[in-house]
Write a protein that binds this ligand. Structure first.
Ligand code: PLP
Ligand code: COI
Length: 357
């Protein structure tokens, strides 16, 4: 498929320091768009100046939430080059998410090419201040104008780009987590493993409750027993107990994080035993009470590695520590070192972005 490029004639001013602007509030000059119809398949692939969408108010995405998305980043190295981190994994996960919602499948190679060209075109927007990157947000959604519940016919794909600092305010610091014991985010057979907007909408009430109580994020328990730990709002979660790393198994209701996968590899190669298994909240509480829990952290593209300093479960608070734990700090340094190009990448995770087209 042909990909056309229309350049902006009005480039916007780049932020002096994206760390001051929150996460995902500033956007670059261009976006990618393409459309799907049953007759034409994917067509009209284009990179254009960033613009508002015009959609019919009857478009199904507004009513029935048929939408999936991705999140990945481009990083500026000390040599001034731009590189992405495992972008093919994001494209493959997006195909899996689309399959769950029955949005049209797409060619991952073509999407990777489009994404690379878009980032290459807007590469002057990739910030260089410490801890900053260009967040890449692909999204696919249903544009059928139809209030009936039908198979999806028409869809749109977009990619937008945003220069960002850290997702959680305050940079790398221990975060506080409220363990949610009422609402659930995902259930067996549901959409937990897919990156679809509905999962995040289902999380809003618990997130608001956590914020009200002064906690940064929610830790979700499984939707059947409300006993097994699943993940945090926008990140997977890992624990260090007795020198071993434990992380919830991918049971279908947990997002298979690309950062999680990368951390498991880095930890194993460092010599840690990593257990991917069911991890019950009572086991966590017991480990917190007995002092067996050495460290806990969240991991995700936006959140990077977020050490966890405090949990609250059923109105009881448990403190782990005020400082970043050594394993979380080592993971942060190693992972971001690979991403920013200061640590060698023996895994082939780094994906260079070429010069401007
Ligand atoms: N879990 C949820 C619910 C997320 O939104 C994210 C963020 O993308 C993750 C886990 C971590 O996934 P990844 O490391 O691929 O960003
Ligand atoms: C990401 O880390 O890319 C996400 O999509 C998480 C979101 C809460 C920003």
């Amino acid at each position: 498929m042909e990909l056309t490029i229309t350049r902006t004639t009005h480039p916007a001013e780049k932020p002096a320091d994206p760390r001051k602007a929150g996460f995902g509030t500033i956007f670059t000059d261009h976006m990618f768009e393409m459309d799907y119809s049953p007759e034409q398949g994917w067509h009209n692939a284009r990179i254009i100046p960033l613009e508002n969408l015009s959609l019919h108010p009857g478009a199904a995405v507004f009513h029935y939430g048929a939408e999936v998305f991705e999140g990945l980043k481009a990083y500026r190295t000390a040599q001034g080059k731009v590189q992405m981190f495992r972008p093919r994994d994001n494209m493959e996960r997006m195909r899996n998410s689309a399959e769950r919602i029955q949005l049209p499948d797409f060619d991952a190679d073509f999407m990777l090419e489009a994404l690379t060209k878009l980032v290459a075109l807007d590469q002057d927007w990739v910030p260089s201040a410490p801890g900053t990157s260009l967040y890449i947000r692909p999204v696919e959604f249903c544009t059928d104008i139809d209030l009936g519940l039908h198979n999806i016919g028409h869809a749109k794909m977009m990619i937008i780009l945003s220069p960002v600092g850290s997702y959680l305010s305050g940079g790398l610091r221990p975060v506080s987590i409220l363990i949610e014991d009422h609402d659930v985010r995902a259930v067996r057979g549901g959409t937990g493993y897919a990156k679809c907007g509905g999962n995040y909408a289902a999380a809003n009430r618990a997130a608001a409750k956590a914020e009200q109580k002064g906690y940064d994020q929610v830790l979700w328990l499984d939707g059947v027993h409300q006993r097994y730990i699943e993940e945090v709002g926008g990140m997977n979660v890992m624990f260090k107990l007795d020198g071993k790393i434990v992380t919830p198994a991918l049971t279908g209701s947990v997002l298979p994080g690309i950062t999680r996968r990368s951390c498991i590899q880095l930890l194993k190669d460092k010599g840690y035993e990593v257990e991917e298994r069911l991890f019950a909240v009572d086991e966590l509480i017991e480990a917190l009470e007995s002092g067996k829990l050495e460290e806990a952290w969240g991991c995700g593209t936006a959140a990077v590695i977020s050490p966890i300093g405090k949990f609250c479960y059923q109105d009881k608070a448990y403190t782990i520590g005020e400082e970043n734990g050594p394993t979380a700090q080592w993971l942060y340094d190693t992972l971001t070192g690979i991403q920013w190009g200061s640590v060698a990448d023996p895994y082939g995770w780094v994906y260079p972005v070429p010069e401007k087209p």
